[in-house]
Design a binder for this molecule. Structure first.
Ligand code: ADP
Length: 496
């Protein structure tokens, strides 16, 4: 039996077999002896279901299963591994409706966004199904005639992945697919808030035909599991997406076994609107990139700087569009902004607004819990626009992770570049201009891993995604995404 001990009636699925409430280890659903994990619907506070968890000892056993599976999986030809990944991709696409519904129920995002995320997850699986076949080695010209010098690419080993709740499917596939394509096996700990999406992906991985132990999903206590991952000599790689605070902790702990790390951490994305920008496009893109997933994305727009000549009109248009956003349960037709994930996240938004107001910011739109919060018990916060807070305001320095943004004016390029770069983070930045010279000099001057020029659509399976400074280490996606799961082995041959 893999079904949750309790499953809310909202889980109406075309294929009920996708709903599981048990860890997936060594090709099977396991009861687990850890405490039950309650999962709450952020749109109404209802208990969605409970998921069984593993004790630290059982997590170590899951790693043991992944180690055993690695010995076989790594020797399967890349094409055969790719075929299974391709099947996984097709199954994810086929079940897009169910996966999207599960995601909206546990995460809160509008169904249309959830569908988009599911399809992007399938795209990652398909991309890496192909990319695994291109893990080319090298032959280096040797210094003597009887020598040959080869560089082989080998899978690093068991990869432990820890993923966040804000993109409950794509963050998993973006790690698991390159790892599996490279020949690694995976033990994944999903976020406490969104285990059902992860377990549905495990069911589909099982149906796709991954061998037992190749892909394991172990929901449970984050700190305990993090400790097992970092202390276990069988884990050769930690791939983490989440907060900078936890990322730093994991870097420290990974030192014990000298594990390789890929870290996708927080962001504080600036959005710059130069005097020659197309105002309507800039406003529309800024609204979309701020309020998607209720602002809970590491590349969400965090602060907007507008040239003084456009400032008043930008604020007016942005405020109009923000006020018109439809807040609601992600399952309801037409909802554009769902709830935030937890009561804590919800309460924090209020403190951020209060601080910004104390720091001379003017609330142009929103600023408080949405009426739906009282009516439904869900964590709905009004889409909020704050104008011109002073430089010490928390909203300018912290990752907001909610439907809240501030807008400030600037006078010239040098000033705005200095403001944009004045952050410990370096994930994504956006700017709007029609000046071809700025395309280069502003892109080059921004200290961020990804820059959108006249666009905020900067995530795709085809391109590397990742940050600099406190935003992380390594890249996911693109041909670069598989690199973090491959090791170099240099072979010197003599006497030939
Ligand atoms: P967020 O604030 O977005 O929830 P977190 O960094 O807290 O970000 O969570 C991201 C992932 O990290 C989740 O899967 C969470 O369970 C996990 N996590 C949280 N704390 C720890 C920890 N001490 N060790 C390992 N993983 C952790």
């Amino acid at each position: 039996m893999k079904y949750p001990l309790k499953a809310h009636a909202d889980f109406v699925l075309k294929d009920p077999g996708l709903l599981s409430g048990k860890p997936f280890v060594n090709g099977d659903w396991t009861p687990g002896s850890g405490p039950l994990l309650p999962v709450v619907n952020p749109a109404n506070g209802n208990l969605l279901g409970e998921v069984a968890t593993l004790s630290p000892k059982e997590v170590a056993q899951a790693i043991g299963a992944a180690e055993a599976a690695f010995l076989l999986w790594r020797h399967l030809p890349a094409k055969a591994r790719g075929n299974i990944l391709e099947k996984w991709s097709v199954l994810i696409e086929t079940h897009v409706d169910d996966l999207a519904r599960i995601m909206t129920l546990e995460e809160g995002k509008p169904l249309a966004e959830a569908r988009g995320e599911v399809l992007s997850s399938a795209a990652f699986a398909r991309w890496f199904a192909e990319e695994g076949k291109r893990a080319y080695g090298e032959i280096i010209p040797a210094h003597l005639d009887d020598r040959r010098l080869l560089v082989l690419r080998e899978p690093v080993g068991v990869a432990a992945a820890i993923t966040p709740w804000n993109f409950p499917c794509s963050m998993i596939v973006r790690k698991a697919a390159p790892a599996l394509a490279a020949g690694c096996t995976v033990v994944l700990k999903p976020a406490e808030a969104t285990p059902f999406s992860a377990l549905a992906l495990a069911e589909l991985a099982y149906r796709a035909g991954f061998p037992a132990g190749a892909f394991n999903v172990v929901p449970g206590d984050p700190e305990q599991i993090g400790n097992v991952f970092t202390r276990h000599p069988g884990v050769r790689k930690i791939s983490f997406t989440g907060s900078t605070r936890v990322g730093k902790l994991l870097i420290g702990k990974s030192a014990e076994q000298v594990q390789r790390v890929t870290l996708e951490l927080g962001g504080n994305a600036p959005f710059l609107v130069f005097e020659d920008a197309d105002l309507e496009i800039a406003v529309a893109d800024a609204v979309a990139a701020k309020f998607r997933n209720a602002g809970q994305a590491c590349i969400a727009v965090n602060r907007i700087y507008v040239h003084e000549s456009l400032f008043a009109s930008f604020v007016e248009r942005f405020a109009e569009k923000t006020a018109a956003l439809k807040v609601g349960n992600g399952l309801a037709a037409g909802s554009e902004v769902g709830p935030v994930i937890t009561e804590t996240a919800f309460a924090r938004l209020r403190t951020l607004v209060d601080d910004a107001v104390r720091q001379c910011g003017k609330v142009a739109v929103g600023g408080k819990p949405h009426a739906l919060a009282r009516e439904t018990g869900g964590f709905f916060f009004e889409p909020t626009v704050i104008v011109n807070p002073s430089s010490g305001a928390r909203v300018l320095h912290e990752e907001i992770f909610g439907p809240l943004v501030s807008i400030l004016p600037f006078r010239n390029d040098a000033e705005v570049l200095s403001l944009a770069n004045d952050t410990e983070y370096g994930l994504a930045a956006y700017f709007y201009t029609q000046d071809i010279r700025r395309l280069f000099h502003v892109s080059e001057a921004l200290q961020f891993g990804m820059v959108g020029v006249n666009t905020t659509a900067i995530a795709s399976e085809a391109a590397p995604f990742g940050g600099v400074k406190a935003s992380g280490i390594g890249r996911e996606g693109g041909r670069h995404g598989i690199e973090d799961y491959l090791e170099y082995k240099t072979v010197w041959a003599a006497g030939l």
